[in-house]
Design a protein around this ligand. Structure first.
Ligand code: ZN
Length: 113
């Protein structure tokens, strides 16, 4: 059974300026720091991530399935991606986000030809 870890939730909320619902989690602050440090590239756009600042390639904590869509604040649903992808993804499901990115790529390629 997962336990509520208020510290981890507050860290994410403070970092990303979001409100994390008071939901059960198995995420500890140590896990979050390790995940942050181990993540070097964005899995969606493969850009190299930087640790600090609010740049396009800054690390942003993302819920793979958004909390607002029923996702949980647990290890299997949290990862770090780039700020740019996080801003586009918002609360989209992963498949919808990827489809959006692909559509944008197609539009760019069509317009550049
Ligand atoms: Zn990205």
């Amino acid at each position: 059974m997962v336990q509520v870890n208020a510290t981890a939730k507050k860290q994410i909320a403070k970092r990303d300026g979001i409100t994390v619902p008071n939901v059960p989690t198995d995420i500890t602050s140590t896990y979050l720091v390790n995940l942050f440090n181990q993540t070097k590239t964005c899995i969606y756009c493969n850009i190299e991530l930087c640790n600090f600042g609010r740049k396009k390639n800054s690390k942003a904590c993302d819920h793979i399935i958004a909390i607002s869509k029923g996702g949980q604040h647990v290890k299997t649903n949290v990862h770090f991606i780039c700020e740019k992808c996080n801003m586009i993804k918002r609360n989209l499901l992963e498949i919808d986000f990827i489809n959006t990115k692909l559509q944008n790529l197609l539009n760019i390629n069509i317009s550049s030809n």
